[in-house]
Design a protein around this ligand. Structure first.
Ligand code: HEC
Length: 137
């Protein structure tokens, strides 16, 4: 038994209840955010910009974006399958189109964890690969 499993079993045996998975989840969220940053810089930054502010009238913001933060499933779907038509983000209308980028479900989850935890955004409920795999067009 290594220290980590020891820690987990101690945690369990002292009745941490439903929160017993928290330490594991925390470290995997940080790991996912790190990987998501690389995905963002390779696939998204050209349009949504390094600071997540987008470009007025052309590319919607992700930083403090009500769309991203309130429409979790729609945002995953947009990244997975693309998005076009009229959308409103923070009171501004966008009528553009984002092509699907050919990412794996894991990459979609990672980039979601990065953008929902950057530029003032905060999301403690980690997006998982499984969650992404269950989103259909
Ligand atoms: C070629 C430019 C382009 C690229 C590259 C791009 N997007 Fe988008 N994105 C857009 C446009 C344009 C829209 C709005 C589409 C519409 O008007 O229907 C959008 C919408 C979105 C939305 C929903 C609206 C919002 O602002 O919350 C999210 C989330 C998003 N993009 C995330 C990403 C992520 C993550 C990547 C990289 C994996 C990415 N985009 C790559 C142009 C782009």
């Amino acid at each position: 038994m290594n220290l980590y499993t020891l820690f987990i079993s101690l945690y369990l045996s002292f009745g941490a209840g439903t929160n017993y998975y928290t330490p594991v989840q925390k470290s995997s969220l940080q790991d996912s955010i790190k990987k998501g940053k690389v995905v963002y810089e390779s696939f998204c930054m050209t349009c949504h910009m390094a600071n997540g502010e987008g470009l007025p009238k052309a590319f919607p913001p992700l930083a403090k974006a009500d769309y991203l933060m309130n429409k979790r499933a729609e945002s995953i779907k947009a990244i997975k399958y693309g998005l076009s038509g009229t959308i409103v983000v923070n009171g501004n209308t966008f009528k553009g189109s984002m092509a699907p980028l050919g990412l794996s479900d894991k990459q979609v989850a990672d980039v979601m964890n990065y953008i929902t935890n950057s530029w003032g955004n905060q999301n403690d409920k980690m997006v998982t690969e499984k969650e992404v795999s269950e989103i259909r067009p």
